[in-house]
Design a protein around this ligand. Structure first.
Ligand code: COA
Length: 320
């Protein structure tokens, strides 16, 4: 069996925030942010939170696929910013959309989360364990950002993207994922830190901390290598790829990856200018936009690729 995406949906945070607005918050400028990253605006969640965004994206994906939530066997949700330690975000989405027959759980792979989730779901579908699944990438990094740190606060936005996938007889799907825990310190966000009655410390939440240049170097080296390796293994030529849907972290990273792959940048759709970096949500939001705009034709070969904290990375080749 082969994994086929049969519907997409997305939802961004409810409040659009411009670079000019951030100029009032930290010492920065629209010119600096835009020239270094390509970002002009981002959407931040307010009261709605990540569960509501994920549920909205999920409902849209089910509607587009023509699949009732009751037909879902599995919900796999990728996030680094769940609303609760437990219940999982996936279980909360399950409750909100009435997917009574599914099993639901979260996975964590930061900005590579959606790729890791789709890769994992594929294993369940090809083994015949499940037939229809919902894959969600959602993050609300605005609650993990130090809004007085100009090096990071200008980069991120909140949102959710979802795909309904089904095990089909025909199609194309292959994927590869990787991680390197020894370099994890270049991009971190501490969760509840140590504290119990023995330490006498009160658990605290940390903020995102990043060595931007190291992350940049990692991304522009690892992403093209990972894609090249996958395509070579699959015997697929780059000229047959219609679009490369890359994690939207920085326009310059995407342009550099295109150059290193020797592919025209027009094959790399981008929406970072509007959304900022929405972490695990960025690839499925981009996918949904292309789908809604009618830019995807059945049979198109697409490459998805992500990278992020962990360090983690991965790529997928699929036929739409
Ligand atoms: N506004 C204005 N100035 C800023 C700024 C901001 N928002 N953020 C940093 N600066 C300053 C720095 O303090 C530094 O000043 P200094 O030279 O006086 O010390 C200067 O700009 C250059 O900083 P630097 O970090 O070298 O910039 P850069 O060209 O590497 O761009 C990033 C910074 C973060 C945009 C870039 O490194 C990047 O995109 N890295 C990848 C990050 C990423 O994708 N993370 C998510 C991965 S999933």
């Amino acid at each position: 069996m082969i994994t086929k995406i049969i519907g997409t949906g997305s939802c961004a945070g409810s409040r659009r925030v411009t670079n000019q607005e951030l100029e009032q918050l930290v010492e920065t400028s629209d010119e600096w942010i835009h020239s270094r990253t390509g970002i002009s605006t981002r959407y931040l969640a307010q009261e709605e939170g990540s569960c509501a965004m994920a549920a909205e994206a999920a409902k849209k994906a089910c509607a587009q696929a023509g699949v009732s939530p009751k037909e879902l066997d599995l919900i796999l949700l990728a996030t680094s910013t769940p609303e609760n330690c437990f219940p999982s975000e996936a279980c909360q989405v399950q409750g909100r959309i009435g997917a009574d027959h599914a099993v639901a759980f979260d996975i964590s792979a930061a900005c590579s989360g959606f790729i890791f989730a789709l890769h994992t779901v594929h294993s369940f579908l090809v083994s015949g364990t499940y037939r229809t699944a919902l894959v969600i990438g959602v993050d609300e990094l605005s609650k993990a950002v130090d809004w007085s740190d100009r090096r990071t606060c200008v980069l991120f936005g909140d949102g959710a993207g979802a795909c309904v996938v089904r095990a089909e007889k025909e199609g194309r799907f292959c994927s590869t994922i990787g991680s390197d825990g020894s370099r994890g310190d270049i991009l971190t966000c501490q969760a509840r830190s140590g504290g119990n009655f023995l330490t006498g410390k009160r658990p605290e939440l940390g903020f995102i901390a990043m060595d931007g240049q190291e992350v940049f170097k990692f991304a522009v080296k690892k992403v093209p290598a990972c894609i090249e390796e996958m395509l070579e293994k699959e015997g697929e030529k780059k000229e047959n790829i219609r679009f490369y849907l890359l994690h939207q972290a920085n326009e310059r990273i995407i342009e550099t990856v295109a150059k290193r792959l020797g592919e025209p940048v027009e094959k790399f759709p981008m929406n970072i200018g509007q959304y900022g970096n929405t972490s695990a949500a960025s690839i499925p939001i981009l996918f949904d936009e292309l789908n809604q705009e009618g830019k995807l034709k059945r049979g198109d070969k697409l490459v998805l690729a992500g990278f992020g904290a962990g360090l983690t990375w991965g790529s997928i080749l699929l036929e739409w």
